[in-house]
Design a binder for this molecule. Structure first.
Ligand code: 13P
Length: 302
């Protein structure tokens, strides 16, 4: 089958199986194009909770599909590629989180959604890159243990008066961006605004014109009067940016902004997952119950 036939078969099977396809902004273009909804981790969690489909085909990475299952336990949640993980999420393990909590008994524990369900079950509230500062500010505690991304933790600490205890994790993709790359794009594209994700290192965040999650970067790019924008997040974003803003030009801040896990999902894999309704994501009941509270507390913060 060629790509067009594949996409048509995906649409046909999707209806037959009463499935909805959710895709993260970092997915490859052909996968984004067959999705019912493309968005950031916050929007995808909301959509999973709201959807009335029986099956969710989650085109993203493991922790995202796990959150979808926790929020919509009655649905079948399928992650087309079982091995699509998140090295950042793997940087916080349950036992380490418990030990850190003991060291800081007064602190509220806020975890980025890029964590396992088991870790979400140990914490007070989740956040995403789009609401991290807001979540921290909504809590009564003055001390916050934030995990697992140290760069996002540092960014939050610059935006709040609260004491942020920062975990030593990082996104292997965003953490790679080097200050020389920032200098180089400024030189090559003078005047073009630079929009970066807060998972980038502090030197990059400081030097950027806009800092935000993927939905924030999309909004900034749409609204700026600039015709050329430099994008400091995973390269999958370029597909949607270019599609929604055909008159503008987008350049990646670094050619190394590629998340190999997000690239594992192909149209062929999406079709196979619809045919087989596998691999299915399951979360142990007691973990899911506690993790759900952390996710729902986040979703309730306006
Ligand atoms: P968003 O919160 O914008 O979806 O970013 C998620 C992520 O994993 C970034 O690497």
């Amino acid at each position: 089958m060629d790509k067009k036939e594949l996409a048509a078969e995906v649409q046909r099977l999707k209806k037959e199986k009463n499935a909805v396809i959710l895709a993260h902004n970092y997915q490859i273009g052909e996968v984004q194009d067959v999705a019912d909804y493309v968005g950031d981790s916050f929007g995808l969690a909301q959509k999973a909770a709201e959807s009335d489909a029986e099956v969710i085909i989650f085109c993203g990475v493991h922790f995202m599909a796990e959150s979808a299952k926790i929020l919509a336990p009655e649905k079948k949640v399928i992650l087309p590629v079982k091995e699509a993980g998140c090295p950042l999420a793997d940087m916080a393990e349950v036992e380490e989180v418990r030990a850190k909590k003991k060291e800081h008994p007064e602190a509220a524990v806020v975890a980025y959604v890029n964590t396992s369900a088991a870790v979400k079950a140990e914490i007070d509230v989740c956040c995403t890159s789009s609401n991290a500062v807001q979540v921290v500010e909504s809590l009564p505690q003055e001390e916050i243990l934030f995990l697992p991304d140290k760069n996002l933790g540092h960014y939050i600490s610059q935006k709040t008066d609260k004491k942020i205890i920062i975990w030593e994790g990082y996104c292997v993709t965003h953490h790679r961006v080097a200050p020389e790359e920032l200098d180089k794009v400024r030189e090559n594209h003078p005047g073009a605004p630079i929009a970066v994700h807060p998972e980038c290192p502090p030197e990059i965040v400081q030097g950027a014109d806009y800092v935000g999650g993927t939905s924030g970067i999309l909004k900034f790019s749409r609204e700026t009067a600039a015709q050329t924008v430099i994008i400091g997040t995973e390269m999958g974003m370029l597909h949607r940016l270019q599609k929604e803003n055909p008159e503008k030009t987008f350049f990646l801040l670094s050619p190394r902004l590629i998340c190999v896990n997000m690239k594992k999902t192909t149209l062929e894999k999406v079709l196979l997952s619809l045919q087989e309704l596998a691999p299915e994501i399951e979360v142990e009941e007691e973990i899911a119950r506690r993790a759900k509270q952390s996710l729902e507390r986040m979703l309730a913060i306006k």
